[in-house]
Design a protein around this ligand. Structure first.
Ligand code: PLP
Length: 510
């Protein structure tokens, strides 16, 4: 290999500019033509692996060739989360300014462990999370910290609850001790699996997780929670944390946080609210009642008005911790999850550990991100959220979220009016759960629940395989239900009309 081709330094600035402009053009074209792609990647498992060289190149390659391979090899294997007809799971998408945030974050490449190693990250994070807190009208005592995902935010919240329960588990651990009873965590049957994974990771074990029954609207029944806690206390167990969800993963149902907060207060239990999906809608005054439990009119007042200040705390305002994911429904590219805590020092007590080489003279006066979790280095994620909030403004974000909720209700109204389809759950936000029922246009013989389950599953699989739209599913009381989530920054009414047309095309073809 000649010395001329050996690349030991970074890409020269001119070359960087050339490819940088090309990549920006590429992304602009991608967003402009996003709805021409199949939503779900059409490749079979192993396709990309089979097309990649088995080992790394010995000499550096021309970057033009690398970019050409993005079109040839990567693009076919992309499932397009940004596609306006991505309605599966929760529909999430990035805004273009969010991409700019990621570009600059990568360029700075700072590791936000200490204030000193990344002052911009440390201070912007605190500041932008305070903006978001105000936008959601949460009380001023909530302080936030950014993690990658809600799974990690919730795991940290449970760790804080465990710390506050006593038992010195941080130092003594849980194994080989006879003085720690079974520690209990409570949530509903419809929660996200991240809660199960949190208790696994923290060594509490799945046995510690007690799932509380729901009513016909898929909301946790507070009386059942109170009964479970009393039963556990009588059995010598220690309840440490209750996790109601506002916007459950399965149906987006809303657990009664105010009633749950009363129970937590009575028994001195940590209250963690999982609103990873729906939390963004707290920026809409007309949606706040889902979070606070107050009547709609009370929450529709201007947050800055005096009346608002006189209101006593209610619902999620009484929580010890809350998780909200701007990467789900605030047009911020994955990943960015926020954990708000009433008292962040509990988290610090659980996790702070300052090795000699990390000691700084200013640690009493600054916030060092590494003190609040298991990570040492932390990405400069606040930048992209700052870009998003400044670019759209709070009113821009509100109006986009309102439009999503309107589109979901519109879609639900088509389902309600059709004899062939049936709603399966209420629509508090922008997720519609529905299914084909035994209406007049369903093929003969498709009548039992098992038949209808298979029928709906087939409809979903056919549509997903076609690449024209993507839907996912849940099971509600044993019934297979289709889930249509409206959340893309690019989704318009015509996209909903399209998916409704496709659903009806697939309805009867058994
Ligand atoms: N909580 C809820 C209610 C969710 O819906 C989800 C994901 O959809 C999560 C937590 C987990 O989110 P993440 O992927 O950020 O861990």
């Amino acid at each position: 290999m000649s010395n001329e081709t050996l690349k030991t330094g970074d890409m020269p600035a001119d070359e960087f500019r050339k490819y940088g402009y090309e990549i920006v053009d590429w992304i602009a074209n991608y967003f402009e033509h996003i709805d021409e792609f199949p939503v779900l990647s059409q490749v079979e498992p192993g396709w990309l692996t089979d097309n990649l060289p088995a080992s790394a190149p010995e000499s550096g390659e021309d970057f033009g060739a690398v970019l050409a391979d993005v079109d040839k090899l990567i693009l076919p294997a992309v499932t397009h989360w940004n596609h306006p007809n991505f309605h599966g799971l929760f529909s999430t998408s990035t805004s273009s300014v969010g991409v700019f945030g990621e570009m600059l974050t990568a360029a700075f490449d700072m590791k936000g462990m200490l204030w000193r190693t990344a002052p911009a990250s440390a201070e912007l994070e605190t500041h932008v999370l305070d903006w978001l807190r105000q936008m959601m009208d949460l009380p001023a005592h909530f302080e936030g910290i950014i993690y990658d995902t809600a799974s990690v935010s919730t795991m940290h919240a449970i760790a804080a609850a465990r710390e506050r329960a006593g038992f010195r588990i941080r130092d003594e651990g849980m194994s080989g001790r006879g003085d720690v009873p079974l520690l209990r965590v409570y949530c509903s049957e419809h929660v996200h699996s991240s809660i199960d994974k949190g208790v696994i990771t923290l060594g509490l074990g799945l046995r510690s997780l007690r799932k509380i029954a729901c009513n016909e609207r898929f909301e946790m029944v507070p009386e059942k929670l109170a009964e479970a806690i009393q039963e556990d206390i009588a059995a010598g167990y220690k309840p440490i944390c209750v996790i109601p969800t506002v916007g459950t993963t399965s149906t987006s149902s809303v657990d009664p946080v105010e009633a749950v907060a009363d129970i937590c207060e009575k028994y001195g239990i940590w209250l963690h609210v999982d609103t990873a999906y729906a939390g963004s809608t707290a920026i809409l005054p007309e949606m706040r009642h889902h979070f606070t439990g107050r009547p709609v009119e009370d929450d529709e007042t201007d947050p800055k008005s005096k009346i608002q200040n006189l209101k006593s705390e209610s619902g999620w305002e009484r929580a010890d911790s809350i998780v909200v994911n701007p990467h789900k429904w605030l047009f911020t590219p994955f990943d960015l999850s926020v954990l708000y805590c009433k008292d962040l020092s509990v988290l610090k007590d659980a996790f702070s550990l300052v090795a000699e080489y990390l000691k700084t003279s200013d640690e009493q006066t600054v916030k060092n991100g590494m003190d609040y979790g298991i990570q040492l280095g932390r990405r400069f994620r606040a930048l992209k959220l700052w870009f998003v909030i400044r670019y759209f403004g709070v009113e821009g974000l509100r109006s986009r979220l309102r439009e999503h909720c309107r589109l979901a209700r519109l879609f639900a109204s088509w389902v309600e009016e059709s004899p062939d389809w049936k709603m399966m759950a209420p629509v508090p936000f922008a997720l519609v759960c529905f299914r084909a029922c035994g209406g007049p246009h369903v093929s003969k013989g498709v009548t039992s629940d098992a038949d209808l389950n298979a029928h709906n599953e087939r409809i979903m699989n056919e549509i997903n395989a076609s690449g024209r739209a993507y839907l996912s599913h849940t099971k509600l009381n044993g019934k297979f239900a289709l889930r249509l989530s409206v959340g893309s920054i690019r989704v318009e009414e015509r996209h909903l009309k399209k998916v409704w047309r496709i659903l009806n095309e697939h309805l009867g073809a058994v």
